[in-house]
Design a protein around this ligand. Structure first.
Ligand SMILES: Nc1ncnc2c1ncn2[C@@H]1O[C@H](COP(=O)(O)OP(=O)(O)OP(=O)(O)O)[C@@H](O)[C@H]1O
Ligand SMILES: [Mg+2]
Length: 538
């Protein structure tokens, strides 16, 4: 009866009716569908047996990766709600660095749950707010389950870093990359700031050539640039006094485009002599300060160095590295303990940095400049990342970044939890129990949230080629019997104590994923209209 009545009613309604009751629901559902599509696209990449994506950018470049944030960043997502999931992944990347796939999969599952709740007629605001409270409660449960870790406990840090590397293309090198990540972060930890570490102090230099096995942690500085050899200057300097300059060693240019016509040979000679004298004076001034290595910032106004100045510098036995980028200056200055100099007049000895050795070496097909033995060593470290081709190299860099972030998470919040779907199942069950103490709609919403958390173990099992239903049911049983660390052993295809498999992850990765995804769900649910701005006539 009602079914017949509704369309007839709708047809009789004039279209110009101010309040269109259907529209908010339609907009909400279309947003949910669009966002879920993003989650579905990325789902297969979760976990150690997850698949990788090959992405071709508009410029024809190819990227192969397993990293959620990278996949989404390269995806041409058009729908605004779908874009929110891309931003969610980026937010997780900033906050935790790892878990960028999980966060999107989780959010998409929460949206499915919300869709069902909406179907039952529950108000979107109630759902959104209950989900946020449920996320808060889950974070509490997770924190209760977590085990504290000490930064001196290198083994645990290594295990956590290896777990994050497990799911990457470069996973077979995790025994090499994990210690590099742990040592790099531990070296730059500032003892005065106890709950954070600045990953900008860890520099990863990528050089194609060799294999990932050649990746190394350098206790010093590795430069992206090579030594200038055209003028025959030194390529190895011991007891280096390093100057970092931001001015140019070439003839000055007028501010405006000017032309000078010289039609007299004597005049021409004079100009050339002047230039020679000008450059020689600058080079001599540099030498006078005791400097024997010169790093020169790239210049867009005019040549940073020219043939003549290089010749003078080579004669004065000063090693030259040019094309230092503007944004590298700060890092180099911090590493070497030198001060960038913007004017030759202020180039004095106190601005120089000291290092025992700077040399250009040939390692596995690439020339690399390394600076070691700095006076104030330990403020920064460099990692020299190697790979046979740029695809492997880039992915290795991204994986190393994830591992570095995992260690940073442990500095920020010194707690570890088990992985392999164990925490999600445990929290899900605790939430279910907790939901029983609630009433009304909130209870429904908490239950739906708890069920939605199971997406992580389900997906892990699916991607590993296991039967998700039987695995998740068994997992639930084990946890119900109090086996809190039972997780999916992806390698053996069974359920076992996941701690024995050394699969552990930082608490912060999971808590931030929960909080951020609940926040995004709330944002999506609260949208009831999509208004396009057609100002430009498009
Ligand atoms: N050996 C393992 N056995 C079982 N589960 C594992 C194992 N290693 C990792 N996991 C699980 O895999 C999930 C992480 O997968 P993955 O690293 O692919 O995604 P992510 O961390 O969410 O995103 P990304 O690394 O792309 O930022 C976590 O839930 C983790 O517990
Ligand atoms: Mg990961």
């Amino acid at each position: 009866m009602a079914q017949v009545a509704t369309p007839a009613k709708a047809a009789s309604k004039p279209k110009t009716n101010f309040q269109d009751k259907e529209k908010p629901t339609e907009v909400r559902l279309s947003n949910i569908i669009a966002a879920k599509a993003v989650g579905d696209a990325i789902r297969t990449s979760l976990g150690p047996r997850g698949m990788d994506k090959m992405i071709q950018t508009s410029s024809g470049e190819v990227v192969i990766t397993n990293d959620g944030a990278t996949i989404l960043k390269h995806m041409a997502v058009l729908h605004p709600a779908a874009k929110m999931l891309v931003d969610l992944s980026a937010a997780q990347d900033v906050e935790a660095g790892d878990g960028t796939t999980s966060v999107v999969v989780l959010c998409s599952s929460l949206l499915s749950a919300a869709e069902k709740m909406l179907g039952k007629g529950i108000h979107p605001t109630t759902i959104a707010e209950s989900f946020q409270r449920a996320a808060q409660k889950s974070v509490e449960f997770l924190t209760e389950m977590a085990t504290p870790v000490d930064l001196a406990d290198r083994e645990s840090l290594l295990r956590a870093a290896s777990t994050s590397l497990n799911s990457k293309i470069v996973s077979q090198y995790s025994s090499l990359l994990a210690p590099i990540a742990v040592d790099a972060v531990l070296r730059v930890v500032d003892p005065t700031v106890t709950n954070n570490v600045n990953l900008n102090d860890v520099r990863v230099v990528k050089k194609v050539g060799g294999t990932i096995d050649d990746t190394e942690l350098v206790d010093g500085l590795v430069l992206n640039q090579n030594v200038v050899k055209s003028a025959g200057g030194p390529t190895r300097v011991e007891k280096a006094k390093i100057g970092l300059i931001q001015f140019q060693l070439s003839a000055p240019k007028p501010d405006m485009e000017n032309q000078i016509i010289v039609n007299d040979y004597r005049q021409m000679d004079k100009i050339l002599k002047e230039e020679r004298q000008y450059l020689l004076n600058m080079c001599k001034k540099i030498k006078k300060s005791g400097c024997n290595v010169l790093l020169i910032q790239k210049s867009i106004l005019r040549d940073a160095v020219n043939e003549l100045s290089l010749h003078f510098l080579a004669k004065l036995k000063i090693m030259v590295v040019k094309d230092v980028e503007r944004d590298e200056i700060e890092f180099i200055a911090k590493s070497l303990g030198c001060k960038p100099v913007a004017d030759v007049e202020s180039f004095t000895e106190d601005k120089l940095g000291y290092a025992d050795l700077i040399e250009e070496t040939d390692s596995a097909g690439a020339r690399v400049v390394k600076v070691t033995g700095m006076k104030n060593a330990g403020k920064t470290v460099s990692v020299l990342c190697r790979g046979a081709n740029s695809l492997v190299l880039e992915e290795s860099h991204r994986s190393l970044h994830d591992a570095l972030c995992v260690v940073r998470c442990l500095v920020k919040k010194k707690y570890l939890i088990a992985g392999g779907g164990a925490p999600e199942i445990e929290v899900s069950q605790k939430l279910m129990d907790y939901a029983k103490t609630l009433q009304g709609m909130e209870q429904y919403c908490f239950q739906a949230f708890a069920e939605a958390l199971e997406v992580i173990p389900t997906t892990l099992a699916e991607n590993a080629g296991l039967n998700p239903i039987s695995i998740v049911t068994e997992l639930r049983n084990k946890h119900a019997r109090g086996d809190k660390t039972a997780g999916i052993n992806v390698k053996k295809g069974t359920i076992s104590n996941i701690l024995e498999e050394n699969v552990i992850q930082p608490l912060l990765v999971s808590t931030s994923a929960l909080e951020l995804s609940a926040e995004t769900v709330k944002m999506i649910l609260k949208i009831d209209d999509l208004v396009r701005n057609r100002e430009n006539g498009h």
